[in-house]
Design a protein around this ligand. Structure first.
Ligand code: UTP
Length: 477
């Protein structure tokens, strides 16, 4: 029996050159003569993986954010989680969890450039006192959920080729935080090249393309390509609880939310999303909007000022349903999107990307944005749902993102919110907390592990709660 012969480097180069020429990207081979054979082979691997048709289309359309369609847009009126029959929906959600129908899914493939952290963001020390990593916080929460509902709850983590190995090493070094390696699955997402303003693909070095992870929307393709959608379905898992790696207050497994997703009349169990009321017009979160029956998220950068600032009759923000990037997806819904060949649109963002100058070939370390990064966003799946449930939660309960090194959404603001939530839970258990009389700010630092309590109600049953928490105290529970 003969096996097909792998094409030689020269043959591969010829085919690549022809294809690149057709798309005006032939400059990618300009340093060919200077490369070793190994470097040539790597470069050809990268070139052969480029979705050139898609890139050309993305450049021609200038991306969906270039011209948002503002016709007939209405605000979304979310289901307020505090006002539903919590007992009923929690019972529904608990049954789904207990039935081993739920997996947790963290997207952790981002580059964390705003935070300025070179390591994978999930390794970032995030808690107020013990400085536990984000991964540890989620692992504790998932472990506690497994115990509470006697359920398997596998944990899927999306990484990128840029941080996959380091993420794996970190989790292994911490013995998978006690969850068991066989129940934690790293799934690598794809990449897309950065472009200059003229649409030319940028080289990172003479033998490599400037590639970035393809956005959290890359989750859809990554789950499919690595066989996870079919695997989940075959294991009876129809519910994917999706959250970002940068929010230590999120609840990876929330019975009430899962119950709403499955049993609320406004849901089709395809996709459900959590929002909080925007704190101000300027807050940088995407906003859920509606056109006819179709719901979608509009990026903050695409929303015109008049719309951002519009008020309703009661004086509140009209478009205030701020996405916190927490969703529950029906696995059959994601399978349907994939089988229908549903490609998520590519969004463009101008960013600083170190590269070789496409004209001169000299290395560039930009101080200003010089390149277009292309990414797809997971919330672009929402309009494809038959019905999309939107549920409003309380900010302090679930949203303390770490995006920036300082200022808004930084480790400092996140720590303060984590302490504040713990303080509120303790107060609900009758524990007085020292607060600033004029601002109401909690004057202590409190770190509450998900192992101790997953919610205020379960904290009530805990032994050894403090009698009171005084000013300046640092308490771990
Ligand atoms: P962000 O939009 O905050 O991007 O990601 P980022 O890459 O983490 O940070 P910056 O913009 O470089 O500062 C939101 C979530 O989506 C994940 C991130 O890991 C984070 O959990 N994400 C983002 C991916 O998993 N893959 C991507 O390609 C992009």
């Amino acid at each position: 029996m003969t096996t097909a012969q792998r094409p030689s480097l020269d043959e591969r180069r010829g085919a690549a050159a022809e294809r690149l020429q057709a798309f005006g990207q032939q400059h990618l081979l300009r340093f060919w003569d200077r490369l070793t054979d190994a470097a040539r082979s790597n470069l050809l691997d990268e070139i052969e993986g480029l979705p050139l048709e898609l890139l050309q289309q993305a450049c021609a359309e200038r991306g969906p954010e270039a011209k948002p369609d503002l016709r007939d847009i209405e605000p979304v009126h979310p289901i307020v989680m505090d006002r539903v029959d919590a007992e009923h929906f929690e019972r529904e959600g608990s049954a789904v969890i207990r039935g081993n129908r739920v997996a947790a899914f963290t997207v952790a493939g981002g580059q964390g450039t705003r935070l300025g952290c070179d390591a994978p963001k999930g390794t970032f020390p995030a808690t107020p006192i013990l400085r536990k990593s984000l991964f540890e916080v989620f692992a504790e929460s998932i472990g506690a959920a497994r115990a509470r509902w006697s359920a398997r709850i596998p944990w899927l983590i999306m990484t990128s080729p840029l941080n996959h190995a380091e993420t794996g090493r970190f989790l292994a070094a911490h013995d998978w935080f006690g969850l068991g390696q066989q129940s934690v699955h790293l799934i690598v997402q794809g990449t897309l090249p950065s472009l200059d303003r003229a649409g030319r693909i940028l080289l990172a070095s003479e033998g490599s393309i400037a590639l970035n992870p393809d956005g959290h929307g890359g989750a859809l393709r990554a789950l499919e390509q690595h066989g996870w959608l079919d695997r989940l379905a075959s294991e009876g898992i129809d519910t994917l609880s999706y959250f970002q790696v940068d929010n230590p207050l999120c609840k990876p497994i929330d019975a009430l939310f899962i119950g709403l997703h499955h049993a609320h009349p406004e849901s089709s169990a395809e996709v459900s999303s959590k929002v909080v009321a925007k704190s101000s017009p300027a807050e940088k979160v995407g906003v859920f909007c509606q056109r006819g029956d179709s719901r979608f998220v509009m990026e903050y950068s695409n929303m015109p000022q008049a719309m951002t600032e519009a008020r309703d009759g009661a004086g509140g923000l009209l478009h205030r349903a701020g996405s916190i990037a927490v969703h529950v997806f029906g696995v059959p819904f994601l399978q349907r999107l994939v089988h229908q060949g549903h490609g998520l649109p590519l969004h463009r963002a101008f960013k600083k990307v170190p590269c070789l100058d496409p004209d001169t070939g000299t290395p560039l370390v930009p101080t200003e944005p010089n390149a277009v990064k292309l990414e797809s966003f997971i919330f672009d799946t929402v309009p494809a749902a038959r019905r999309a449930l939107v549920a409003e939660t309380t900010r302090v309960e679930e949203f303390a993102p770490i995006k920036n090194a300082v200022g808004d959404d930084s480790p400092a603001t996140s720590s303060a919110l984590q302490s504040e939530r713990a303080a509120q839970w303790l107060e609900r258990c009758g524990v007085p907390i020292a607060r600033d009389p004029s601002t109401g700010r909690c004057l202590a630092e409190i770190e509450l592990s998900p192992r101790t309590a997953l919610d205020a109600a379960s904290l009530k049953g805990c032994a050894n709660l403090p009698k009171r928490v005084g000013e300046g105290e640092r308490i771990t529970l």
